[in-house]
Design a protein. Structure first.
Length: 255
């Protein structure tokens, strides 16, 4: 008998509206700690909307309304007294396209810690090296830390963005199609990095790539028209889906 795992992220009865348009319908999901959960489904099905709901990035969009709750470590992030800056430090996001700041590699990594009050050079030096090492980028950039990050390749820029996120020591990593703009070799490096990071972080990743979801995730959620159709262990969902719509999407017969 499996021991019950306390979810890192618990989503309950979540409805989300953009103005009068409902984008998510009564979503219930438990996300296990130290694991990778993939969100799959066709474009416009609500995957990225749900991801952004987990650190309140949707708050930045005019007219957004939320019903239900998203609990991280048992605390509802939509409570009125939530410090959103602290939340986004704890639950960070990597976007579809690499977005390094137009500054040095070093300053990209040190930016977040400085914002949160870390000023000492020795501490920042250690954080920069630690974060770049975790992102498997240190050996590639250690001799050009003070050169612009804009000179890195696309794959290196994405790993830099992951390192920048790790520097503020989050608990949860949200990844919104982090490899869709990368070549196959860079994609493989980011996948390998993601797999390595799950021992220390809880990861939720949106992907259109079925093979990627099957390779790297323990759990997969299939969304359609804002509805969570099916959610379970990745190997079971891909081999014996319970819903015919899931099977049609995975096998390419969808639509």
């Amino acid at each position: 008998m499996e021991t019950a795992v306390v979810p890192k992220v618990k989503i309950q009865s979540l409805d989300l509206y953009y103005g009068q348009n409902q984008a998510l319908y009564s979503i219930d999901m438990d996300v296990k700690p130290n694991s990778i959960t993939a969100l799959i489904g066709p474009s416009g099905c609500g995957k990225s909307t749900l991801l952004r709901a987990c650190n309140r990035m949707n708050d930045l969009i005019p007219g957004v309304r939320i019903k239900g709750s998203v609990n991280v470590d048992g605390i509802n992030i939509y409570d009125a007294d939530t410090d959103v800056v602290s939340l986004r430090k704890k639950v960070g996001m990597v976007f579809q396209r690499p977005n390094p700041f137009p500054m040095s590699i070093y300053d990209n990594i040190a930016y977040g810690p400085r914002i949160h009050g870390i000023k000492g050079k020795r501490v920042l030096d250690e954080l920069v090296e630690k974060s770049l090492t975790q992102a498997v980028l240190w050996k590639e950039v250690k001799d050009r830390l003070h050169k612009t990050a804009m000179g890195l390749s696309g794959g290196q820029q994405q790993r830099l963005c992951i390192a920048r996120l790790l520097a503020v020591e989050p608990d949860v990593l949200l990844m919104d199609e982090p490899t869709s703009a990368l070549d196959p070799i860079s994609t493989l490096k980011v996948e390998e990095l993601t797999d390595e990071l799950k021992s220390r972080y809880t990861i939720m990743i949106v992907t259109h790539n079925m093979q990627q979801a099957a390779r790297i995730s323990e759990q997969t959620a299939f969304f359609l028209n804002g509805i969570l159709v099916e959610y379970g262990k990745t190997d079971e969902l891909f081999t014996t889906p319970k819903d015919s719509r899931t099977e049609d999407y995975i096998t390419g017969r969808f639509g």
